[in-house]
Design a protein around this ligand. Structure first.
Ligand SMILES: CCCCCCC/C=C/C(=O)SCCNC(=O)CCNC(=O)[C@H](O)C(C)(C)COP(=O)(O)OP(=O)(O)OC[C@H]1O[C@@H](n2cnc3c(N)ncnc32)[C@H](O)[C@@H]1OP(=O)(O)O
Length: 719
């Protein structure tokens, strides 16, 4: 909807009214069309201002409308009509002008922005392009290089940057609407021909062909299979090479392909999934909207290894006072130097002062006595963590929240070491902790809603996407990783190479295949965990059959590599070889291929030809099957939680929506049928056995993902 008022006698003020972000729904578009006609027909009105209510200009097209039948006046003719108007139209941009919102402003003759406003064309992040003339007007206004940057990245720019580009005409610190109204009065009699951006020539640098080629190459490299960034480059190329009307036709064609694509659906699902995870709930019924967090002013980090350092930086950068504790003097000094360097580099990038003074370092755990929340980040060893929690419980004030950065250990066992188990939760960060967006907030059976709400809010304040999950081995992310890694190893045993498995996964869209990723993280990390679990066999005298554990198939390939000192990149050898320890360029290793041949011969395994489909299905479907088990067990509240965890924590390609959305796209019956097929071939691999919830969903007619929660509820209530 939109409202019309006459201000200062001669200015027609159109206010978009569609909370929370004044998205351009059918009703808003209808309002704009009607009110523009009214303003143009009133003789007293000499100029028009368009603004949005509640200090927000416009968040763009209404994404919720994209999935259904579009109705109401279309955006393109609406914006053309504004540009063609006989009276000056001024956009008063407060808060945000994004996507269709900025395209609307580009149709206006002038743009006045508040100094705190942000503008951008983020359509690419939704699998689209700026399809309401934005791909044609923006390059004409700010030039091809800057337009390519904004349109292919979707990044938001500040008002100051927008002014520098010439995207807005003026910025103000005062009331933007008042300033725009005065501006509109001043320009009421000015000719408009020179203000219609569609009539501008598209000025190109002399080497524009080279520029397009470079950007196209960059986009292809970084998009990893996403189609929208490529279409964005093609649309801007049309602006640079064709007259406006033909450029608009090209924009329309490209948009038509994107609009109905599976990638656009996946990215738009993911947009809402990111917001859905903030509305967390626990099996007890506790929820985000009924559980109040307690403010945290001062926090502590115990253990300053890689994770502890990243967490300290993330907290300090967000303005928290931090007590950083490391018991060994040498490690403390090294950590202090590393943390200061990280803070300085980060501050330089963001043009602010480094938050060095936010951190107090110490060797004594007593120094955390008065903090509001502690994050323990010591080595992943249950006995050590238990000891730390006992000490923390004795030292800290009774109201202190005690959190563990464990990546999969039992939160309940830690809670049991403390006086107030209800204040214990897991806060599982991902490395590097000051960069990665994901935080798993893990509640145990004793964790209170207060503790969950506080950890979720802290996560938000330090810029993380936080997902509340239940307590089980590996939580959500690492629990699902296990069958994925396991299948990759089985595929090697059966005849595949690390290069082939990685190639298939990278073609799917992962930044790194499973073996390159393992080399990067260090093969010894999982080895230590398997040893602690009694799985790895460092010594043949243990009597364990090599390829079987508790009746299940087991691959010792990773353990055998570790026994050779091949820990991945850091040792210069792993699943690949590297020029030197620490080098990142993975090269196929003939030694590894011979090693695999010998291993197969030793175990009488006959290598067979494994194709692309088998790699993808076995790795992904076994992981997805575990995702369904997690939903069935109530460890994740809904599929969105899993998908957000996988995109932000495990580089799942966003244009596939996340593993659970991908399963829905493939078709649940197909996933079920293929799992049944592989389980029949490998009955000693339980992770391939389709789980009850997957069967139930298929039996219920494979409802759309948004309806899964209803089936999940039924399945859980029957358990
Ligand atoms: C053939 C057809 C041709 C059509 C041509 C179409 C060309 C134009 C396309 C577009 O404009 S696509 C949309 C482009 N806009 C965006 O991508 C902006 C998306 N929104 C955001 O980035 C953020 O929401 C925000 C606006 C920066 C605000 O962030 P903040 O953190 O303050 O709040 P949120 O929690 O993110 O959002 C609040 C609330 O609003 C919902 N919402 C936000 N934007 C939209 C939108 N464009 N459409 C519908 N709904 C939107 C968001 O989902 C939140 O609601 P809940 O999900 O929590 O209920």
């Amino acid at each position: 909807m939109a409202q019309y008022t006459r201000v200062s006698g001669s200015v027609g003020l159109i206010t978009l009214q569609s909370p929370p972000v004044n998205a351009l729904s059918a009703a808003v578009r209808q309002g704009i069309v009607d009110l523009m006609q009214r303003a143009l027909s009133e003789p007293e009105v000499k100029s028009v201002v368009i603004c949005g209510q509640n200090g927000i200009f416009c968040g763009g097209a209404d994404i919720k409308e994209f999935g259904g039948q579009m109705s109401g006046p279309p955006l393109i003719p609406m914006i053309h009509a504004i540009e063609a108007a006989s009276k000056p139209v001024v956009a008063a941009i407060e808060g945000i002008a994004l996507g269709g919102g900025l395209e609307l402003a580009l149709g206006c003759h002038y743009r006045i922005a508040h100094s705190k406003a942000r503008v951008g064309l983020p359509e690419v992040t939704l699998g689209l392009l700026p399809g309401a003339g934005g791909s044609q007007r923006l390059p004409r206004l700010i030039g091809v290089p800057a337009a390519l940057d904004l349109i292919t990245t979707g990044r938001h720019v500040t008002a100051a940057e927008a002014l520098k580009f010439g995207l807005v005409d003026q910025i103000t610190d005062h009331n933007t609407v008042n300033v725009a109204v005065k501006f509109a009065q001043r320009v009421a009699d000015q000719p408009l021909d020179a203000r219609r951006i569609s009539t501008y020539p598209c000025l190109c640098p002399s080497d524009v062909a080279v520029l397009f080629e470079e950007v196209m190459q960059r986009v292809r490299r970084t998009a990893r299979g996403a189609i929208a960034p490529i279409a964005c480059v093609q649309a801007v190329r049309a602006a640079a090479t064709l007259p406006y009307n033909q450029g608009m036709e090209r924009e329309r064609e490209l948009m038509a392909t994107l609009f109905t694509s599976g990638q656009a659906r996946a990215l738009q699902y993911f947009f809402f999934a990111q917001r859905a995870v903030g509305r967390w709930s626990m099996p007890s019924g506790a929820r985000w909207d009924t559980s109040k967090p307690r403010p945290v002013h001062k926090a502590a980090v115990i253990g300053l290894g890689t994770m502890g350092r990243g967490i300290t930086v993330a907290l300090a950068q967000a303005g928290f006072s931090v007590v950083a504790v490391e018991t060994q003097e040498k490690q403390l000094m090294e950590a202090k130097q590393a943390i200061s360097g990280m803070l300085e580099r980060g501050a330089k990038r963001r043009g602010v002062a480094p938050a060095l003074d936010k951190i107090n370092y110490g060797r004594n755990i007593q120094s955390v006595a008065d903090v509001d929340l502690v994050i323990e980040a010591v080595f992943e060893d249950m006995a050590l963590k238990k000891k730390v929690f006992q000490q923390l419980s004795a030292v800290c004030k009774p109201s202190t929240f005690l959190c563990s950065n464990t990546s999969g250990l039992d939160i309940d066992q830690l809670a049991c070491q403390t006086r107030n188990p209800e204040l214990v939760v897991g806060m599982h960060f991902f490395a590097p902790a000051h960069v990665m967006k994901l935080l798993e907030v893990v509640y145990g059976p004793k964790s209170s809603p207060l503790a969950v709400a506080t950890a979720m809010q802290l996560g938000k304040k330090i810029g993380k996407v936080s997902v509340a999950v239940g307590n089980c081995r590996g939580f959500v992310g690492n629990r699902m990783l296990k069958p994925y890694l396991e299948q990759a190893l089985f595929l090697l045993e059966e005849g595949a190479t690390p290069e082939f498995v990685d190639q298939v996964l990278e073609e799917f869209g992962f930044a790194m295949g499973v073996f390159r990723m393992s080399d990067l993280s260090g093969l010894d990390v999982g080895w230590k965990v398997r040893m602690a679990d009694g799985l790895a066999m460092p010594d043949p005298t243990t009597g364990q059959p090599t390829r079987l554990r508790q009746g299940r198939r087991y691959s010792p390939l990773g353990d055998l590599l570790c026994e050779q000192g091949r820990f991945g990149q850091k040792t210069g050898r792993g699943w690949y070889q590297y020029d030197k320890p620490g080098s990142q360029v993975a090269k196929p290793d003939p030694w590894l291929h011979s090693f695999l041949d010998e291993y197969r011969a030793r175990h009488a395994l006959v290598a067979h030809r494994i194709d692309h489909q088998e790699v993808l299905e076995r790795c992904l479907y076994s992981m997805i099957n575990e995702g369904f088990r997690i939903l069935e067990d109530g460890i994740a509240a809904g599929p969105e939680d899993i998908d957000v965890i996988y995109v932000f924590g495990y580089s799942w390609p966003r244009h596939h929506g996340g593993p659970m959305f991908y399963a829905a796209t493939v078709g649940l019956n197909k996933v079920l049928e293929r799992l049944e097929h592989y389980y029949q071939a490998h009955p000693d691999v339980p992770s391939l056995q389709p789980c009850h919830l997957l069967r139930k969903l298929v039996a219920s007619g494979s409802p759309p993902i948004q309806k899964w929660r209803e089936v999940i509820k039924k399945v859980r209530s029957q358990l």
